[in-house]
Design a binder for this molecule. Structure first.
Ligand SMILES: [Zn+2]
Length: 332
């Protein structure tokens, strides 16, 4: 299902994500030459509705047209058919950021093919660009605690999240080959998100090598994802007065990246069955450890910091309510 090209198709840079299907038959990997032959790999639109990455690359490539890039670039444009509909993925498709390990479909085979191609080309670094739906600062995620990965992450943000689950994401697969990051550029449709993603890619293209020296502990805040929080399939939910067995506080997404004290109210409860699940990295439900219910509702049991809390019901059902994080000491 993968197409590989060695030039940008005529007219492609004029198209928004929703119109890419007019020039691309599906997922496409485009290799562009540069002064340094070891390529930077950039993936955009693994989630079809998250278009800041494509907008950033559109601007960057339009700006560079007719000029040599400082470094070769391999651009993967992912879920073109979902982008056409403005959705994360179509029904019946695998999530394009959960296909980078194992087998299970044509998408997994495509991901393996991309990894092999980039290994052969001696990939220099990898950047996967995303948006999210809640109120979140821009941050970078790494899957290895390694100074080269931190150097790459800090080209984007001093807020860095380390995670090892889910493990079938793009940046995890590329971590075996080169420094790799996933960057979260906040909500779609904001010009500063596009500009920020573009600055990161430009900086990485201009980077000659990763510094050997460690990053100073003062230069970053490192957090570790300890659990993924979901609403059980059988439990209904809403925000504020919308109803549902779990009635979340209406401005829930303002809690992202805030170190919350124990006892913070998350939801009112309208049934005995209303609860949350919190899956730890080994796949156990450890909700009891983080949440407690009393007469007034569902609260945090201990100090914790959420990320990716969203008010978007579809995202909560398709993906999760949020992640829980704890602060990590600086990397040795
Ligand atoms: Zn995404």
């Amino acid at each position: 299902m993968l197409r590989e090209l060695t030039a940008i198709p005529e007219g492609l840079l004029a198209l928004p994500a929703t119109a890419l299907h007019q020039r691309l038959d599906g997922p496409t990997l485009i290799h562009l030459p540069g002064r340094n032959p070891e390529p930077l790999f950039v993936s955009v639109l693994l989630h079809g509705n998250e278009d800041s990455g494509w907008e950033a690359m559109r601007e960057l490539l339009a700006h560079c047209q007719g000029r040599e890039l400082p470094r070769a670039l391999s651009l993967f444009i992912g879920n073109v058919t979902a982008a056409r509909q403005g959705v994360r993925r179509l029904d019946g498709q695998h999530d394009y950021n959960r296909i980078w390990k194992g087998s299970g479909g044509a998408e997994h085979q495509m991901a393996r093919q991309i990894i092999e191609t980039m290994r052969r080309r001696r990939v220099f670094a990898s950047i996967d660009i995303h948006n999210n739906t809640g109120l979140n600062p821009h941050y970078a995620c790494i899957n290895r605690q390694d100074h080269r990965f931190l150097h790459l992450a800090l080209l984007f943000s001093r807020t860095v999240v380390y995670f090892t689950q889910p493990d079938a994401v793009q940046s995890m697969a590329f971590s075996a080959l080169c420094p790799a990051v996933t960057v979260e550029c906040g909500k779609v449709g904001q010009h500063h998100a596009t500009a920020h993603a573009r600055q990161l890619v430009e900086a990485a293209l201009h980077l000659d090598h990763f510094p050997e020296h460690p990053v100073s502990a003062h230069d970053y805040d490192l957090f570790h994802t300890v659990a993924t929080v979901k609403v059980p399939e059988s439990v209904t939910f809403g925000f504020g007065d919308e109803g549902g067995e779990l009635a979340f506080t209406p401005d829930l997404d303002h809690l992202n990246f805030r170190e919350l004290p124990g006892g913070t109210l998350l939801a009112r409860l309208h049934s005995e069955a209303a609860r949350l699940q919190a899956w730890d990295e080994s796949g156990r439900d450890v909700a009891e450890r983080f949440f407690v219910r009393d007469n007034s509702g569902l609260k945090t049991r201990l100090p914790l910091m959420p990320s990716m809390l969203t008010l978007n019901a579809e995202v909560i059902r398709q993906d999760c309510l949020c992640y829980l994080m704890e602060r990590l000491p600086a990397i040795d």
